[in-house]
Ligand binder design. Structure first.
Ligand SMILES: C[S@@+](CC[C@H](N)C(=O)[O-])C[C@H]1O[C@@H](n2cnc3c(N)ncnc32)[C@H](O)[C@@H]1O
Length: 279
């Protein structure tokens, strides 16, 4: 019988290989198996052990539960074969990444694991557009929430009254619900003139930044064709965009052409996965 292996739940950051941690790169080099998600660039995988088995486990839209079961089972199976498994996840594994659930499953099945933090899009997507989430003069705090409401119950779980008073609000997975979020915040007392921005595919070539106000961001994002993955940021800090944005991001200029590693798994995913970008 094989000695039991090890699973590393590793944050891959917002996409660009230069935004991986050194620890993530070292683990990728040691990996026997790399299990990766949708928003992982080919260049990131190419830093890994060339002999490693690469397994794409991006989730199908609407198929989350069963896909998650498959991922959990796969991690256990590969570790039981004695393998070093790197489970690569976009951003940080413990922020809306189901990393904690995977860790719990590994514990239940007696599999040793470790978790490696990553650069989260919640902070780095605004940053990429020159928007700091806090600022001494503008915002003393930030809340990060999900905009993915699959049920009314999820939506009700968010306290829009409290959120409307947060200096900065960052919303992940909010492309389809931006209109609802904006109107709930306005109903709760937030000024429609509050600056708001959506940042699509931060640190990917083809990044798109839409700057508007809370009252108009949904309409403006739709008009400019914003699609997932995109991060919504609301608050006075958005005013810093003009001053702090970087004209040409050096990171993106350093690679020539690369493509998303993930195969298109659904019509929605296909808008992003499998696209080839040229700088
Ligand atoms: C399932 S959540 C995972 C978040 C991830 N664990 C993190 O810490 O960044 C996916 C959401 O993160 C945001 N996101 C991920 N990558 C992004 C990027 N490159 N640019 C903008 N937003 C991104 C989007 O809101 C997307 O819908």
């Amino acid at each position: 019988m094989n000695e039991i292996g090890m699973v590393y739940l590793v944050g891959a950051g917002p996409g660009h290989p230069e935004l991986l941690t050194v620890k993530a790169v070292n683990l990728l080099r040691q990996a026997d198996v790399i299990v990766y998600d949708r928003l992982i660039q080919e260049d990131v995988l190419d830093l890994g052990n060339p002999a490693a088995e690469r397994i794409y486990m991006g989730k199908c839209v609407g198929g989350h539960a069963s896909r998650q079961d498959e991922i959990d089972a796969l991690l256990v199976e590969k570790a039981r074969e004695g393998k070093i498994v790197v489970r690569l996840k976009g951003g940080d594994p413990f922020l809306f990444g189901r990393g904690a659930e995977e860790a719990e499953y590994l514990i239940e099945h007696g599999i040793p694991f470790d978790v490696i933090p990553g650069v989260s899009s919640a902070l780095s997507a605004p940053l990429s557009a020159g928007i700091p989430v806090t600022h001494r003069d503008l915002a003393s705090g930030v809340a990060i929430v999900t905009g993915h409401f699959s049920t009314d119950e999820h939506e009700q779980a968010l306290d829009f009254s409290a959120l409307s008073r947060m200096p900065t609000l960052v919303v992940l997975m909010g492309v389809h619900t931006v209109a609802t979020i904006a109107s709930r915040l306005i109903q709760a007392g937030r000024e429609p003139s509050t600056p708001a921005a959506m940042i699509q595919t931060a640190f990917w070539p083809g990044q798109k930044v839409v700057v508007s106000t809370l009252g108009t961001i949904a309409e403006e994002a739709a008009r400019q064709g914003v699609v997932a993955p995109a991060t919504l940021v609301i608050g006075d800090v958005v005013r810093m965009h003009e001053k702090l944005r970087v004209a040409a991001r050096e990171l993106q200029n350093q690679t020539g052409e690369f493509s998303c590693a993930a195969p298109a798994v659904s019509a929605v995913d296909a808008t992003f996965a499998g696209m080839t970008f040229t700088n």
